[in-house]
Design a binder for this molecule. Structure first.
Ligand SMILES: [Fe+2]
Length: 380
């Protein structure tokens, strides 16, 4: 999503298991999960690549995340993030508004982000991980067809300190990844899906009247992609995701750059790919049951969504935080929304309550002053 929409409506927006020996023998607790077979040396290399990686013997307690940060804009939100001292920060996409097939342009925009003092402090004090969405991929609402994805990923992974030998750099179908933090019995798995590399065609509404009526309802220009083979993840990533859901964890956080639980909005959400969305639910409830929450971005507003009948023994809750700088006033209807939605710059915080088993989470959206806009406690 981007702000140009205001002038141009409808071009909007814009393993697995913890390596026991490694964990037991190291104070560094973040383990990249994708390269499990390559064991400890690669995991340690990945962690060392972070500016100041998490290094503690206790489980992580606080995770912050956000999306949609425009490199040209003031970014007061970092003061709120840094004051909260999260153990991990997740960039959920649109981490720059790159919007170029030229990797030099993307690199220059990442350098703008990298020069922001608040971001620099974040890198110094917090473990930072990232996935992309369309604008940092390189094009608004881009997918499988985008020709410069290879160049885009190298620039992005360079910026975020991904090791040179990481499979995220060379895997033929995208930069999806996962991490496990903590010790056995108190582990948090974070899965970050790549919703760009393999995403098949979107279908834009052609009829002018229908488009206008969508706009009046604060809805976007897309119809669902129902053709055989329509997919967001692609088959190899689905297989990988299924394996990730076998990982033992006390808490699982699934990062989706675009909204997953939200009702159909006509903008980019999983609802445009109903077969994939249903496959997601099916996989969750046919895999070992682990307390799970969804985090997402992209929208330029913040909200909670909840589905009670996903097949899991607990309500499935999604917290959408967007944007770190971007704001979009025309909030779409969403029958799965819980409470209010807020169209002001914000960041998401997840506090894990380890005093109960299974752990509970307190999920908050905070504005750039640090005020709590929305809060949900989620038990399992
Ligand atoms: Fe986006």
């Amino acid at each position: 999503m981007n702000t140009e929409l205001l002038q141009k409506p409808f071009s909007r927006r814009v393993f697995t298991r913890v390596l026991g020996a490694l964990i037991a023998g190291a104070s560094l607790l973040r383990v990249p999960v994708g390269a499990q077979a390559q064991a400890s040396s690669q995991a340690q290399a990945a962690s060392q690549a972070q500016a100041q990686p998490a290094s503690r013997s206790e489980p992580i307690n606080r995770i912050a995340f956000g999306s949609c940060v425009h490199q040209d804009k003031p970014q007061p939100v970092w003061d709120v993030v840094n004051a909260a001292k999260p153990d991990v920060f997740v960039f959920l996409g649109d981490n720059i508004y790159g919007d170029s097939e030229d990797p030099a342009v993307l690199q220059a925009k990442y350098e703008q982000l990298g020069a922001v003092p608040g971001f620099q402090q974040l890198r110094q004090q917090t473990d930072v991980v990232a996935i992309w969405d369309d604008h940092d991929y390189g094009v608004n609402d881009g997918g499988l067809e985008y020709p410069s994805k290879e160049a885009s990923r190298q620039v992005m992974l360079d910026f975020f300190g991904e090791p040179a030998d990481s499979e995220r750099r060379s895997r033929p179908d995208g930069i999806y990844t996962s991490y496990v933090y903590g010790e056995p019995g108190n582990t948090v798995q974070i899965i970050l899906l790549d919703l760009r590399w393999n995403r098949t065609a979107l279908h834009e509404v052609a009829d002018a009247e229908k488009r206008t009526s969508r706009l009046v309802q604060d809805m976007g220009p897309y119809d669902a992609s129902l053709e055989p083979g329509a997919t967001m993840l692609g088959e190899a990533q689905w297989q990988w995701f299924q394996q990730q859901l076998q990982v033992e964890a006390s808490l699982r956080i699934i990062g989706s750059s675009i909204q997953l639980l939200a009702d159909f909005t006509g903008w980019e959400t999983w609802a445009n790919f109903p077969a994939d969305r249903q496959r997601f639910f099916n996989l969750l409830h046919t895999s070992p049951i682990v307390p799970t929450v969804i985090i997402s971005g992209d929208t330029h507003w913040s909200e909670f969504s909840r589905i009670d009948n996903s097949g899991l023994p607990f309500p499935l809750v999604e917290m959408t935080s967007s944007g770190l700088t971007e704001e979009w006033q025309a909030i779409s209807p969403n029958r799965h929304r819980v409470g209010e939605a807020f169209a002001q710059a914000n960041v998401g915080l997840i506090e894990i309550d380890w005093s109960v088993q299974p752990p509970a989470v307190v999920m908050q959206i905070r504005d750039v002053e640090g005020a709590v806009l929305i809060e949900q406690r989620v038990g399992f």
